[in-house]
Design a protein. Sequence first.
Lengths: 93, 346
Amino acid sequence: MTIQVLDPASESNPQVIQPAQGISSLKGKRVGFISNGKEGTPVFFAHLERLLKEHWQVAEVVLRTKSNYSAPAQQDFIDAARDWDLAITGLGD
Amino acid sequence: MALTSRHYELDCWSDAQEFYHSRGWTDGFPVVPPTPAAVNACLEWANLQADALIGIEPVRERPITAEKLAINAVMAGCLPVHFPAVVTAWTGMLQPEFLLHGATASTGGCAVLLILNGPIRKEINAGCEFNVLGSSDRATSVIGRAIRLGLINILEVSPGAIDRSTLGHPGKISYCIAEDEEGSSWQSLAELRGIPRAASAVTVLAAGAPRQIMNEWTTVPEEILDTYAAEMRANMRNYLIWSGNYVVVIPKQHCDHLQNAGWSKADVAEYLFRKARITRAEWASVGKGSVIRDKGDVEYSALPSPAHLLVVAAGGPAGGFGAIIPPWLGTKSQAVTIGIGVCIDC
């Protein structure tokens, strides 16, 4: 005799998001950072901005810092990112 | 009742164990095979349709249905009578102020603490005395475990996947307690958070591990509470300085001393609000001097207000052992109290 058992996992179909096309060069581009706002981030992003401008000729760097590092980015950050050529986020803890 | 989850035919109980373990659907302990009959019994007890939407996890937009919660509750060992507490806890966890995704993904490694109040405690024989923060009884053990299995299976909150905890803590197996409402004349936690005493309720909090204190050498309220305040200050120095919903678990021996002196829960909260404070300069004593900068004189309070303290009477009848349970992330994630059987959208 067999027993019938049920699947405990989610069976919903998550929305599939297509990644944006990559860019071939950073030169003259506008790059946005979304920082989680943790203690070490100002120094880290300042260094990254300098590298991007000096070595990769990035035209402009925009920094947005989340108000809650464990929550998703605010909607106005997402809206602003539409004007960026490249967004850098999710850099770890 | 029509269930829509994928189902499997297995030969026996031991096959079911290996089947579930091999798919990462357990916490490492054996599970009760979730048969359609057992799952339906939970749903019928809670008067819920299988497809009832308990909420949607907002970050990953995952629907949380009653059927999936019931499957995981059965696996955890829940009887139908336990299931309403599981559903209510999830309802609370899905409120925006709880910040479920962050709380379950953070390197900080918090667990979801459940505190039961009201008649449900007696109906399910929830223990609130001896070993209350341990394996005190069947009901709180399986209800807490149902929350963890649901997170693992419905939201993929398994270690290294969504769960990025550096350490975690034992409460991530099961973390559910009941308040000893009969052991004191104090108002219950749920009452103080707006739920009528005759109703049952679940409070959920993203919480760190309990930090135990001991003071058996005084009956003076201020002296007893100074020990709790010291532990809260220690947490602020050693873990996180931000204010939030701290829990204090006060055992009967301390409750009796406090009540004999005429202290209410509000008095306890007011005292700890004033005493559980540190300056940022104190970080120098615990190796965090590098981030004091020019804020050394700034005073931080463990509690944004006295109302943020969750005072819970619980524990065995003898012993001056209490505990503080710190919040995971200050006020960024807040405690939520929901009445059992209450429709929050109605």
